[in-house]
Structures are given as C-alpha cells and as structure tokens.
Design a protein around this ligand. Structure first.
Ligand code: ADP
Length: 180
C-alpha cells in the first residue's frame, strides 16, 4: 500500500468580535488572570462572576497543588468553566508592560501556551481577550500585533477558530489593523 498523503495542520481561522468574552459560546475561554489565580478585576473579575464559585474552587485547588506559588507569567492552565458557555477556562498571566524592558516574548507565550492547553483538551474554538492591555498597561496596537502574529504562527491539531473578543471599539480597530 502506498503511504497516504499527510495533510499538514493548518493555521486556525482568526475571527474578531466586539463584546464581552463571558457572553461567548466557545469551547475554551481564555482568562487574563493574575499569578495568584484567585481572581481580580477586568476580564478576570467578569469571568469569575459569570463562571461562578466552581471556577474559584478549581483555582484554589491548583494553588493547593502544583501551583502553590501561583502561575508564572506567560504560562497557562485550564479549569472548569463553571456556568460559562464553555467547556474550560484557560487562565494565563500576561506580563505587566514595561517601557524599558522588552517583555513581548512573555506576551506571545501567553497566546501560544493558552492555545496549546486548549488544543490538548480537544477544543475547536477558543476565545481570547486582549491580554495585558488593561490594568497591565500594554499599548493596544502592539498587544494586537503580538496576539495576531502568535496565533497565525500556531498549528494546533484541533483548534479551528481563534476568536479575539475585544471589549471596545478602539481594541477592535487595533486588532482589525493588526490583521491586515
Ligand atoms: P490585564 O491585567 O491582562 O491587562 P485586564 O482585564 O485589565 O487584564 O484587561 C485586558 C483587556 O480585556 C482590556 O483590553 C480590557 O478592556 C478587556 N476586558 C475587560 N473586561 C472584558 C470582558 N468582559 N470581555 C472582554 N474583554 C474585557
């Protein structure tokens, strides 16, 4: 028998949506968490509010286990999505923006690692917020560029769609520009 041609994995489709990520119906919702994993403001607060106590409980268990010192910047870990319309929440910790130190590799790592963890779960659709662009101060245009470039370079086995869910018009415009 002659060998079957192997189709190389394709880049996932990238879709932009303006709105609240907690309204999204996706297999995985990515959370821009902080290293404590115990909740915070912004998108993290919204995800814990909508996800409910099961998400916090799962995060507490992670802290009591392998993640005793919290989640390192650029890494990602999955929990239940609780009451959200997703199978899992993947928590990742973005870098705080620094004007004097280039932390881009850590921001790229957030997208790459979150996608890897989501893909390992067999997810087909993954929704991301604009990581680090809120309280952590990353300039939106640059954050958008890193997000789009990193996702475009990924070749997940299962994920077919990456959806960037942008909270406001400015964020949406920045991602639209980064897609061009
Ligand atoms: P970080 O600490 O990583 O900067 P933030 O939650 O402060 O995280 O902000 C990250 C981005 O998420 C910001 O662009 C912010 O406007 C956006 N954001 C805040 N709430 C939501 C939400 N419910 N859905 C989608 N994006 C959100």
């Amino acid at each position: 028998m002659s060998p079957q041609p192997v189709t190389p994995p394709a880049a996932p489709a990238v879709v932009l949506v303006q709105g609240d990520i907690t309204d999204q119906d996706a297999d995985v919702i990515v959370n821009a968490a902080n290293s404590s994993l115990l909740g915070g403001g912004g998108v993290d607060g919204a995800i814990h509010r909508r996800g409910g106590p099961a998400v916090l409980e799962a995060c507490r268990k992670l802290r009591a286990g392998h993640y005793g010192r919290g989640l390192a910047t650029g890494q990602a870990v999955a929990t239940t999505a609780g009451n959200l319309a997703a199978r899992l929440v993947v928590h990742t910790v973005g870098p705080v923006y620094s004007p004097t130190e280039d932390r881009s590799a850590l921001l790229a790592s957030c997208y790459r690692e979150s996608l890897r963890v989501a893909d390992e779960s067999g997810a087909r659709t993954v929704a991301f917020p604009a990581i680090s662009t809120g309280v952590y101060g990353w300039p939106m245009d640059d954050g958008a560029r890193i997000a789009v470039e990193t996702v475009r370079a990924a070749r997940p086995a299962f994920v077919q769609e990456v959806r960037f869910v942008l909270f406001d018009v400015e964020a949406y415009a920045a991602f639209e520009a980064a897609m061009r």
